[in-house]
Design a protein around this ligand. Structure first.
Ligand SMILES: *Cc1c(COP(=O)(O)O)cnc(C)c1O
Ligand SMILES: [Zn+2]
Length: 413
C-alpha cells in the first residue's frame, strides 16, 4: 500500500510512471506541475476512516498510508501536523457569518504550515539515500526545511531573498542550515536554487516543482475533515502566494472524495495581497496558467509575495473546479487583521496568515461567501515570525515609574 501509481501533469494530463520524472512535465516545463496519483481502489479496499480515527499518532503521519512513502520509511521525529481547529463564534459574528472555524497551523514546530511539506520531502530524501536537500524560500519553507533537517542530522542549503524578515533568517542559522541570501527577488532565488540543484545533484524542495510539497500540505485538509467528523464546511479560505497550499488542500479533499470519506468538496477561496495578486487577476479575467505573465510583487506579507506563482495551474484549478473565488486584500487590511484575529480567537498570525481572515471578511462583504456558509480559515503561520509588522498594527503600552502611585495613575488613564 501507499505506493504511488503515477504522476500526472496538471496542464496536458500526460502521465508518468513513479520513476520516470522528478520535478515537472517534460512537455510543459515549469508550469506543468505534477499531481501524485494513487491506486484508490486498493486504498479504498484496505483503509477505513473509523480505524484511522483510532490511531494514536497525533501528527501528519497518522495519514501515512495516504502519503507517498514506503511502509518501512523512517519519518522525521519532529511533531508536525494535527494542529488545533477552533470554533470561533466571535470571529464569525465580526465577519457576519453563522459559523467559522480557524485552524492554527502556526502551531507547527517551526511555526508554519510549510513543515508539512518539508517533513514529507525530507522523509523521501532519507528513503532515497539523498544527503542534501535544497530550497528557495521567502522564509517559512526554508525554516521548515532547516528544522526538519536538523531533527534528522541533515544540513540543507537554502536560498532566500535578502529582504526576508530577520527573525526568519535567524531561525535558519539557528538550525544550522547553509544560507545564501540572494540580493534579488524570491523568483530569482527560486530559479538559482533549481539550477544549482541540477548541477550539484541535490534534491530540490522548491515549492510546486517538487510534486511532494503539495502532498505534504494536503494533510491539513485531512485533519480538517477528521476534526469536523468528516462533515466538510461549505467554504475553506487559504492565503495564496505560489498557490501550493491551496493546491495541496484541494488534493487532500480530492483524495478524501475518491476514498468516499467525504461526500463533497468545499468551495476554495484564495486570498492574495493586492501587491502580489496575479492569480486573483487571472481568475477574474479568465486567463489560463500558461498565459500568465510575471508581475513585480510587493507586499508586507512576505510569505505570499510571488511574482509568477509556481503552482499557478493547480491553484487556478482548485478555485475553478470548486466554484470558489480569488480575492485580493491591501497591506493595510492585512495589518489591521492581525490584532482583530488575535483578540477574537487567541491566535496570533503572521501577516500572510492573517490575510486569510482579511480576505474572508472582504469576500463576505462582496457576496462571494454567503452568511449561512460554514467557513474554515486556514491560518498558515505564527505571528512571532514577523513581530516588526505586528508592532505596526498595535499602539504602544502605557509607561509607569516603578512605584504604586504611578502605576495606579496609569491604570486610570
Ligand atoms: C507559504 C505561505 C503561504 C502561501 O502558500 P503558497 O503555497 O505559496 O501559496 C501562506 N501563508 C504562509 C504563512 C506561508 O508561509
Ligand atoms: Zn504536461
Amino acid at each position: 500500500m501507499s505506493a504511488i501509481s503515477n504522476f500526472r501533469c496538471v496542464i496536458c494530463h500526460r502521465e508518468y510512471g513513479p520513476d520516470e520524472v522528478q520535478y515537472t512535465c517534460v512537455d510543459c516545463g515549469d508550469v506543468g506541475t505534477l499531481d501524485v496519483l494513487y491506486d484508490y481502489e486498493v486504498l479504498r479496499a484496505n483503509l477505513d476512516r473509523d480505524r484511522l480515527v483510532a490511531i494514536r499518532d497525533y501528527t501528519m503521519w497518522r495519514y501515512r498510508e495516504l502519503l507517498p512513502i514506503g511502509e518501512n520509511a523512517v519519518v522525521p521525529p519532529l511533531s508536525v501536523g494535527m494542529t488545533p481547529l477552533y470554533d470561533a463564534p466571535r470571529l464569525a459574528a465580526e465577519m457576519g457569518l453563522a459559523q467559522v472555524w480557524v485552524k492554527d497551523d502556526g502551531r507547527n514546530p517551526t511555526g508554519s504550515l510549510k513543515d508539512r511539506a518539508s517533513a514529507l520531502v525530507v522523509a523521501r530524501a532519507m528513503e532515497a539515500g539523498i544527503k542534501t536537500v535544497s530550497t528557495a524560500s521567502t522564509g517559512n519553507a526554508a525554516a521548515a526545511l532547516a528544522g526538519v533537517s536538523a531533527s534528522v542530522g541533515m544540513i540543507p542549503v537554502i536560498f532566500v531573498p535578502a529582504s526576508a524578515p530577520e527573525a526568519k533568517i535567524a531561525q535558519l542559522l539557528v538550525y544550522g542550515a547553509r544560507v545564501i541570501l540572494i540580493e534579488g527577488t524570491y523568483d530569482q532565488a527560486f530559479d538559482l536554487c533549481y539550477e544549482v540543484c541540477q548541477q550539484k545533484g541535490w534534491y530540490c524542495r522548491n515549492t510546486g516543482i517538487n510534486p511532494f510539497t503539495a502532498e505534504g500540505k494536503k494533510t491539513a485538509a485531512f485533519e480538517l475533515a477528521e476534526q469536523l467528523g468528516w462533515e466538510m464546511p461549505d467554504v475553506v479560505v487559504v492565503s495564496v502566494g505560489d498557490g501550493n497550499i491551496i493546491a495541496g488542500v484541494h488534493k487532500g479533499l480530492t483524495d478524501l472524495l475518491q476514498l468516499g470519506w467525504i461526500s463533497r468538496i468545499p468551495r476554495l477561496v484564495g486570498v492574495q495581497a493586492v501587491g502580489s495578486s496575479p492569480l486573483a487577476a487571472a481568475w477574474k479575467a479568465g486567463i489560463n496558467a500558461q498565459d500568465m505573465l510575471p508581475v513585480d510583487a510587493e507586499t508586507i506579507a512576505d510569505s505570499i509575495s510571488a511574482g509568477l506563482p509556481r503552482d499557478r495551474a493547480k491553484a487556478l484549478r482548485a478555485v475553478r473546479q470548486t466554484g470558489g473565488a480569488f480575492i485580493a486584500v491591501s497591506d493595510d487590511q492585512i495589518l489591521q487583521a492581525i490584532p482583530i484575529l488575535a483578540q477574537l480567537t487567541g491566535v496570533f498570525a503572521e501577516p500572510a496568515a492573517a490575510a486569510a481572515f482579511a480576505g474572508a471578511k472582504l469576500a463576505v462583504q462582496q457576496g462571494l461567501i454567503q452568511q449561512a456558509e460554514r467557513t474554515a480559515l486556514l491560518l498558515t503561520g505564527n505571528g512571532l515570525k514577523d513581530v516588526r509588522r505586528a508592532q505596526q498594527a498595535v499602539g504602544k503600552p502605557v509607561r509607569a515609574a516603578p512605584e504604586i502611585g504611578a502605576v495606579l495613575r496609569s491604570l486610570s488613564e
